[in-house]
Design a protein around this ligand. Sequence first.
Ligand SMILES: Cc1ncc(COP(=O)(O)O)c(C=O)c1O
Length: 313
Amino acid sequence: MEEIFYVNGQYVRKSEAKISVKDLVVLRGFGVFDFMVTHGQYPITLTENIKRFRKSANQIELPLLHSDQEIIEIINETLRKNKQLFSASQEFSIRLIYTGGLSKDNVSYSGDNSFICMVEKFSKDCSVCETGVKIITVDYGRLFPQAKTTMYVPAVLTKMRVHEKGAYEGIYLDQNQFVLEGASSSVFAFFNGVLTTPPLDSILAGVTRSVLLKLAERCQIPIEIRAIHIEELLKAEEVFITSAGKRIIPVVRVNDSVVGSGSVGWQVKALLFMLEEVVLSEIAKGRLMEDVLTNDNLLDEYLKYTKSILSKL
Ligand SMILES: Cc1ncc(COP(=O)(O)O)c(C=O)c1O
């Protein structure tokens, strides 16, 4: 069964979705996108993703003409059409794309943008959560790093390096070898029990990053937002990456260095448990992410879980 996409006011089958080759997104990579997934068939971070989508467009001076309400209606309707095609347990990814539009001279902006909402079947791969993954550092970086633009050449090149090295994700460093972010993920590390992640100055504001920081705060885990040098990352107790599609993926190797004990540590395990088992099960019952993240029970659940895993170590 083929998924249904929304393209400029039309709902069409995936294989029939089209835009012009004269669009600046094709000619110059000028456009923005955003990506989220459903849980219980509900787009769990909808408001945050729309906010970031608009921010990305502002950053590259691309006038996003749709209101938030219009975007929500398009997402809901595209989702509704896809839900009718698949089982009630099927989850979806939602990719919004706003293109630079048709250009008369192939480079100047002249409006006539395309709005695309791609809803596709999604299932999360949990196998790597048990074993952890290897990440590598790569010599690429992004232009307009705070925006989710369609200029993702570095991500495609990173994927090639990742495949060559048998890794899972590649991470970008700044010119002074400080960790920025993954090609499509945010990076976290634990140092002496302090959950540490780079500041937002030169990276994308990951929506999962923000969920995780709120969750950690609720669980009274100490947090530090600061620059992390690559040499320091290699000595972290635990490392993990986050994104909408991956959620939390533990990292057990960075380049040729083993992280901590070389297996998934208890601090990441506890966050995984909290997100996957506690937060998402509440959301599956129809509760909103922002409400779940202010729940006082989170700390109790966290303490109970950490006590049980620490007693087995
Ligand atoms: C460069 C970059 N950083 C971070 C992320 C993680 O963001 P989110 O948690 O919103 O998926 C992504 C997601 O694709 C990304 O492309």
